[in-house]
Design a protein around this ligand. Structure first.
Ligand SMILES: C[S@@+](CC[C@H](N)C(=O)[O-])C[C@H]1O[C@@H](n2cnc3c(N)ncnc32)[C@H](O)[C@@H]1O
Length: 271
């Protein structure tokens, strides 16, 4: 693979141009995508690619598109969303009538809209959802509030009837649902100030990071939760030793933030 021979300094230079910290990503997953970019741009090395990128201000966004995996679905992993609805949300709502939720790495918004629909349809009380991603193109699509047929197909009937309207070839998400979600750009690899969330969903995002970086991201996401708040990860994302991050495993892909005292004592809170 042409790119693997390049020193980190060149990868750092490329990171600067793209606005992505490429050194934080799992190189085994990243390198094949970089190799594809090199092929498409007819560059032989990353050094050549960095020169090519500076030739046109639109190019960095195009290359970032090819490197970031934007695939997403409404209610992705049905079983986990079942747990969220039947056990996680009821316990969070019982503790707090106003839920603060964060979808970190929200792609085109499907995850944030799924959270908003479930909360509005099944739970009393108010909520506010922050949805963030590093990729500006995905965020623009999310803010437009349109879903294509293949994405809308995954939505349970009761939500489709209440929250989607057919317009031309697409589905538009209702103003009610859109009004509860705020989209903005945020890189989870950079320091962030978000805190006191009841639920943080960061699904199928950290899977692309190297193991050390993954752990650091989980640690900082855990700190963004209020004690008792819950972290919702992707199906293949597992935290070993959650107690070190002030988390306890609840079930499935859900981890709860425990109090600092309980963590120091090594004790677990009741589920
Ligand atoms: C595979 S999608 C997952 C989308 C959604 N969470 C889901 O599970 O359906 C991964 C998303 O993570 C975003 N992403 C990648 N690196 C990121 C970073 N450093 N900070 C924030 N978002 C990032 C990508 O732009 C992409 O939208």
């Amino acid at each position: 693979m042409p790119s693997s021979a390049e020193p980190d300094s060149i990868l750092s230079e490329l990171s600067k141009q793209l606005g992505l910290d490429l050194l934080g990503y799992d190189q085994r997953l990243l390198q094949p995508r970089i190799a594809r970019v090199l092929k498409q741009t007819h560059c032989k090395t990353i050094a050549e690619l960095t020169k090519w990128l500076s030739g046109n201000p639109a190019r960095p966004a195009e290359v970032a598109d090819l490197l970031l995996v934007a695939s997403t679905e409404m209610f992705r992993d049905t079983q986990e969303w079942g747990i969220l609805k039947s056990r996680i949300f009821p316990s969070l709502v019982a503790q707090n009538r106003f839920l603060r939720v964060w979808s970190a790495g929200c792609s085109h918004g499907a995850e944030a809209f799924s959270l908003a629909m479930m909360l509005d349809y099944s739970f009393e009380g108010a909520h506010q959802i922050l949805a963030t991603d590093i990729h500006s193109g995905s965020l623009k699509r999310a803010k437009d509030g349109w879903l294509i047929d293949s994405v809308a197909a995954k939505i349970p009937d009761e939500y489709r009837r209440n929250y989607l309207r057919r317009e031309k070839e697409r589905w538009s998400v209702s103003p009610l649902i859109r009004s509860t979600v705020t989209f903005c750009k945020l890189d989870v690899l950079s320091p962030f100030r978000q805190s006191e969330f009841d639920l943080v969903a960061c699904r199928n995002v950290a899977i692309y990071f190297s193991a050390d970086v993954q752990r650091d991201v989980y640690r900082r996401l855990a700190l963004a939760l209020r004690p008792g708040g819950v972290l919702f990860l992707g199906r293949t994302e597992i935290i070993s030793d959650p107690i070190e991050l002030n988390l306890e495993h609840v079930e499935g892909n859900f981890y709860r933030r425990i109090t600092t005292q309980a963590s120091r004592d090594g004790t677990r809170l009741a589920s």
